[in-house]
Design a protein around this ligand. Sequence first.
Ligand SMILES: [Zn+2]
Ligand SMILES: [Zn+2]
Length: 411
Amino acid sequence: MSEQKQRVFSRIDQNAASIVERSRKLFDIPELGYREFETGRFIRACLDGWGVAYAPASYTGLIVTLGRGAPVVAVVADMDGLPKKAGEGRIHSCGHSLQTSAALALIEALKDEPLSGTVKVIFTPAEEMIDYAYRKELMDRGLVKYPSGKQDMIAHGVFDDVDCVLSCHASGEPGCRFDLGSILKGFVILRAVYTGLGAHAGAAPFAGKNALHAALLAQTGVAFLKDRFDPEDGVNVQPVISEAAGTVNIVPDHAVIETYVRARTEKALFRAADLVENCLKKCGEALDIETEITRRPGFLPLSQSREINALVKENMLLLCGEDEIAEGIVSGASGDVGDLGTLLPTVQFGFTGVSGRFHGDDFAVTDEGTACLCPPKILAGTVLDLFERPVSGRAAFAEKKAAYLKSWLGD
Ligand SMILES: [Zn+2]
Ligand SMILES: [Zn+2]
């Protein structure tokens, strides 16, 4: 281990008590995407206390730049929480508070170091794709351009000078400390609105057009379609009828199906989304029901940089044994870090130390040594290694970004 890395790691150990305390405080202020105002105040108070400058980005996000010159390594940290399942309130049930905490610990550990490159620590809001009506309102008011924080930051040029991207996420993988090189699926959001004609269900059902029939036929059609998907592609489609009009004596004139289409590669994702979209449309048309489909981008599948993960692994091995690292897990989950991965060499490693269900009310941090203290060390160690052995994906970035904005986000 280099002298500098040793110094940085021992600084994180010296700061352990305050890192854990900050992490607990952040866990206790869960806020939904683009509403991370208190979280932002907390981050700014820490940075002000350390005399570290920052810039705002994407409404509630923040950017801290340390060091200078090439290479430029971005470390992204999610900030947002989720609604509780039961009752009112919110909870950090995806563990994003641990990412914010790790990013702060990283800044604290590196702020007085001589750095032979630039590290851009980016607090990214609104990772969970929920609460769309609110985000649409922010977009309509011109406060953000896209519903997810990283998508918005990509569009606003935050990554234009970046060579590669590091991130981490809490992991529920049993029997290990860390996971490496996991594949996150991508998803596309489809919504079908079926509009029929109401009529007396007893006296004159023939005068109506039953929109619910179209939704049910489409559900059946999508279920049959599942035979067409190669299990290797990991396609997942679970449509729900989210709205249906009518009472027992009126022919339903309105029904809505909503679904995510998920898959582990871009090619499989777009093929599956096209097939499902076509099925939702044609099933309505087959019954002479007016059918309107909207299709929105979710996140792209994440394929990780092997080169950077080799460095991440070296740093994990400073903290644990080989048998405590799980590699290449295919997760059913998705993240907007997947979008970044299509533009720049990107990694997202996983750390355990949490219990309960992800996105569930029983999610908790149970091993703070692993969940709070290891991630900043792995991030810091990998950043320092990347300064010595740079990995850059800058070639053709501008072209890739233009194509991404146009064909994926529909700019
Ligand atoms: Zn989540
Ligand atoms: Zn998450």
